[in-house]
Design a protein around this ligand. Structure first.
Ligand code: 13P
Ligand code: SF4
Length: 314
């Protein structure tokens, strides 16, 4: 297929290419906006209107005026767009792209925990299902989790599902954080040994890791940040060399936005397979057929929206 062979050759003008394909009703005719998470395949990032982290993309989904949102990411992201913009069509080009961490907490388990800690506020990571969000007080992302927790007037906080992010937040608050046992299957794999080895190989490099990493990895890092936060740190930095403990898709934006910096991935194997399920042919098909469409039942969406809006209003 032509699109795929162009991908393989590193075709960098896929937007024009898509627009000129005769059989395609392109994104302008569809009045669509293409959002891409920082971990998407490079060619998908290159055709997107907005590339960003979970918070930036949630804000974009809430404010764009397009009728169609093509969400190049995983299921909970398109669900969030559908919750925030119920009158728009939220499309997830790779229908089976899911976040295993989001599946690590079910509404029933959350409600059981809530019954054990009736005075606690419930903060849920944006990486959760709509049903879980509907049972929370407020959402957070990796870039605002500390602020979200500190904005609450309760002393106990149930934090689901990422135990590593929960423990990271606990370093910056006096509140009691009650974590669950979820984790990101990509970032939880990094080890202190990998960090030590990388530091030996690149002693001048600044180590930056995502807050979904284990506490013992975070202890060895110089800087902790969300995916876009990493870019905001690297680009203006006086330092030239970095060790990056994060899913490798972020390296594309770093190369584009700060080409003078040298970045060494902590592990080449830090790949989120679900994020890589999107490709240009699936984006093309989504624009052409306006599916796979993600919808959320109205009763769930109304409750989940309260938790997301609280976060966005901070
Ligand atoms: P951020 O883009 O908010 O840092 O989230 C990372 C992530 O793993 C999303 O799935
Ligand atoms: Fe989920 Fe981790 Fe993949 Fe993000 S990188 S989608 S948290 S598994």
């Amino acid at each position: 297929m032509i699109l795929e062979s162009n991908n393989q050759r590193g075709y960098h003008h896929a937007r024009e290419y898509i627009a000129y394909r005769k059989d395609l009703t392109d994104e302008r005719e569809r009045n669509a906006v293409i959002l891409s998470h920082n971990y998407q395949p490079y060619e998908v990032q290159d055709i997107a209107d907005i590339v960003g982290d979970s918070l930036e993309l949630s804000r974009a989904a809430a404010f764009v005026e397009n009728e169609v949102i093509v969400f190049c990411g995983v299921d909970f992201m398109a669900e969030t767009a559908a919750i925030l913009s119920p009158h728009k069509k939220a499309l997830l080009p790779a229908a089976d792209a899911c976040c295993p961490m989001a599946a690590m907490i079910a509404p029933e388990e959350l409600n059981y925990v809530k019954s054990r800690y009736p005075d606690a506020a419930v903060v849920c990571y944006i990486n959760t299902t709509a049903e879980v969000k509907a049972n929370c007080d407020i959402c957070c992302t990796s870039s605002n989790a500390v602020n979200v927790v500190n904005s609450l007037d309760r002393e106990q906080i149930i934090f689901v599902p990422d135990q590593n992010l929960a423990r990271y937040v606990a370093r910056f608050t006096d509140k009691e954080i009650l974590p669950r046992e979820g984790y990101c299957i990509v970032h939880d794999q990094f080890t202190p040994e990998q960090v030590r080895k990388a530091k030996q190989s690149y002693p001048e490099a600044t180590v930056i890791v995502h807050p979904e990493c284990r506490p013992e990895v975070i202890d060895l890092a110089d800087h902790i940040a969300s995916t876009s936060g990493i870019i905001r740190h690297i680009c203006p930095s006086k330092n030239y060399e970095f060790i990056i403990g994060i899913e490798v898709g972020i390296l594309h934006r770093i190369k584009k936005e700060c080409p003078d910096k040298q970045c060494h991935p902590l592990s080449d194997r830090a790949v989120c397979r679900n994020m890589k399920k999107t490709d240009l042919s699936k984006v093309h098909a989504a624009l052409l057929h306006l599916k796979p469409r993600i919808t959320v039942p109205a009763d769930v969406a109304i409750k989940a929206r309260v938790a997301i809006d609280r976060m966005l209003s901070l």
